[in-house]
Ligand binder design. Structure first.
Ligand code: SF4
Length: 284
């Protein structure tokens, strides 16, 4: 909902841009969805519909404080018969759940951080778009960069094996990373890279709405949960993560370097399996 105060603020900004000679705004590369077509909050597990798209027009934008007040006072056509204003569209985008496809489309051929320079492929993520369980790793390695898919190298094979041992099918989960492009030499992603890329990770999780997010390794725990202690201290425990839970465990690559620690993955994945066996509440 756009309040009168927000309208005044918007009008003031538009007047400012008008004074600078800026007459047209086209801030979104894609069409926006009509509000009436949005799914109610929390119901995006129902069938995704092809959204009716409505183009934004310059005429839908207020020009000044005075014209904004006149526009606010004037009768409004039904939502279905008019274009969404710039600000209605942005408010609507925030209020509804995006689909994974929309997040991927918005990511585009991303060059938001310096990792773009060395990548072969963006590794967006893979798996069930309605998974109950989302794994978040650190970043793509060489094999992942080559194939454009997450966890397909030796660490991925170990992940698959331990998942299989506890009775979880890889195709039933969703797997992604904190950053979507390979850091050079498989180094830990740097702060500016995480800041550039992690909003897309959170939008992916928001789109999927899993019951559980499993953070693989310290960088994932730090990004998802904001916890900075060592992974061996944080692992094996469940944390609140919005309406979902999160569990921290070691990254499979750590186990490859420390084979005797494979028991950690087994123990923590067994906890995941037990968690997923619990019935969901009617509201979830
Ligand atoms: S790591 Fe993320 S933010 Fe950086 S270029 Fe790749 S997709 Fe974009």
């Amino acid at each position: 909902m756009i309040t009168d105060g927000l309208k005044d603020e918007i009008a003031a900004w538009l007047e400012f841009y008008h004074d600078l000679g800026i007459e047209e705004f086209c801030p979104y590369p894609r069409a926006v969805t009509e509000q009436a077509d949005f799914q109610p909050s929390g119901s995006n597990r129902s069938v995704e519909r092809e959204a009716e798209t409505v183009p934004m027009t310059e005429a839908s934008l207020p020009r000044s404080s005075a014209s904004s007040e006149q526009a606010a006072a004037a009768p409004r056509p039904p939502a279905a018969a008019r274009s969404l204003s710039l600000f209605e569209a942005e408010a609507a985008r925030r209020d509804r759940c995006e689909t994974l496809n929309e997040v991927r489309e918005d990511l585009g051929d991303c060059h938001r951080c310096k990792l773009a320079a060395g990548r072969k492929h963006i590794v967006f993520g893979q798996g069930d778009p309605r998974a109950e369980l989302v794994f978040v790793g650190e970043g793509p390695g060489a094999d992942e960069d080559e194939q454009g898919l997450p966890f397909v190298g030796r660490a991925g094979q170990l992940l698959n094996r331990v998942l299989h041992e506890v009775g979880i099918r890889r195709e039933d989960v969703y797997i992604c990373n904190v950053v979507k492009c390979r850091p050079p030499g498989n180094r830990t992603p740097e702060r500016d890279e995480v800041e550039a890329c992690s909003p897309f990770l959170f939008r992916q999780i928001e789109a999927i709405q899993p019951r559980l997010v499993c953070c693989l390794g310290a960088p994932a725990v730090k990004t998802v949960l904001g916890l900075k202690e060592g992974i061996l201290k944080l692992r094996g425990r469940f944390y609140d993560f919005g309406a979902a839970k999160a569990l921290a465990t070691v990254h499979p690559a750590y186990v490859l370097r420390n084979p005797r620690e494979e028991r950690i993955l087994r123990e923590d994945f067994a906890k995941i399996k037990a968690f997923l066996r619990q019935p969901t509440s009617p509201a979830s």
